[in-house]
Design a protein around this ligand. Structure first.
Ligand code: SF4
Length: 382
């Protein structure tokens, strides 16, 4: 059973006079009817009946979009008053919001404290000055450090949102940003590979060839490392990649340039991490008892693979050793990989072995185990 759920309330571009190169909210918002206070209550009432009574440990109201603390204080209070009313009645447990790093000061934080906000997410995007400048963020890195410190000192939980592959970005800069972000001690983080949306400056730059996005392979490589750094630091990565519902569609169809968007991006990342962990364990398994240095083992493994290819060719014998890979149910699809990519990888790279993928719920989430498979006879995966 799911333990936490969020009631998302999207405040479209309110309070944001900026024009970040990747953001299309301003243009979209100009075509939409204004968001009213009554819409907040309506949204909460719409969600509550389906969420209450499900035994959730936490139900949270989340104000997303635009820059919440950039709107006039009275409007913030009006929105938050509705959320706090539900919190006071015990119908929701927490309130969170997202905003820009340069829209935090003592007065704003005091107001958020009064109205029961628990977690503040900062849209940091990058901590590299050039990336921030070329993305037209309107602030440099210094304000991010200051605001993050203020948020934590005022007793709020901190969330950090980072983007990967913005103009001027590189793998090194993204890894620098995530390490700096870890130093701010966030409770949660979101990683957003840059998606080129129509009606943005980035889209125009891409069309004219001035902006070249990361390839999907490069994006997976960088994001995977960032995810690992956050996870190893104990930061809960609550989102990787945009949801399809985040892509506001225009009449002309999807708002995103297809090659910069993957609907299952998180799975690509988690599957890569699963593959690396299983291969690390498999290498140790193969080395057990050989006492040989890694280069020699690799050379011998190569010889064995070509022999196995001959043995398993039509008409040859089949004496392949069996390996069992296990994960809990939640991580099973990551272990197999997107469209079976990990299964295909291991079967191709280790033809001398037979692989079985198995579910073991005694393992924690994102924990994997490789061992010799003691069972004889091959059964289907479960
Ligand atoms: S600050 Fe946020 S809402 Fe405003 S333009 Fe930038 S990304 Fe869009």
């Amino acid at each position: 059973m799911k333990q936490n759920a969020i009631i998302p309330i999207f405040i479209p571009h309110k309070g944001c006079p900026n024009d970040c190169v990747f953001c299309n909210q301003k243009k979209i918002t100009a075509r939409q009817k204004p968001f009213e206070i009554s819409d907040v209550r309506g949204r909460i009432e719409e969600y509550l009946p389906t969420l209450l009574g499900r035994g959730l440990s936490t139900l949270e109201i989340a104000f997303f979009g635009g820059s919440f603390t950039g709107i006039p204080l009275e409007e913030q209070q009006a929105y938050l008053a509705v959320a706090k009313e539900y919190k006071d009645r015990g119908l929701v447990q927490r309130i969170r919001l997202s905003t820009r790093p340069d829209y935090i000061d003592d007065r704003i934080l005091e107001n958020l404290r009064i109205w029961g906000v628990d977690l503040i997410e900062l849209g940091v995007q990058s901590l590299d000055p050039e990336v921030l400048r070329r993305s037209n963020r309107g602030h440099g890195p210094q304000i991010v450090y200051e605001s993050a410190a203020k948020i934590r000192e005022a007793g709020f939980e901190l969330g950090i949102q980072l983007m990967i592959g913005l103009p001027g970005d590189t793998k090194e800069k993204s890894l620098y940003s995530v390490r700096e972000a870890v130093g701010m001690k966030p409770a949660v983080a979101r990683l957003y590979p840059t998606v080129i949306l129509k009606e943005t400056a980035l889209y125009e730059d891409w069309k004219s060839g001035r902006f070249q996005p990361f390839s999907q392979e490069a994006m997976v490589d960088v994001t995977k490392e960032m995810y690992r750094i956050l996870r190893d630091a104990g930061v809960n990565v609550i989102r990787v990649g945009l949801k399809s519902t985040d892509l506001i569609s225009g009449k002309e169809g999807s708002a995103a340039v297809a090659e910069t968007y993957h609907p299952a991006f998180r799975q690509l990342i988690c599957a890569e991490l699963a593959k690396e962990e299983l291969e690390r364990q498999l290498t140790a398994l193969l080395a057990e008892g050989t006492g040989r240095p890694p280069e020699e083992r690799e050379r011998m493994a190569g010889q064995e693979r070509s022999q196995v290819r001959e043995r398993t060719a039509p008409g040859g014998g089949n004496s392949r050793r069996r390996v069992l890979f296990s994960s809990c149910g939640e991580s099973f699809s990551d272990m197999i990989g997107n469209r079976g990519s990990n299964r295909a990888y291991f079967e191709e790279k280790y033809p001398e072995l037979l692989f079985r993928f198995c579910r073991d719920d005694s393992l924690g989430q994102e924990r994997y185990r490789a061992e010799w498979d003691q069972r004889t006879g091959r059964r289907p995966d479960r």
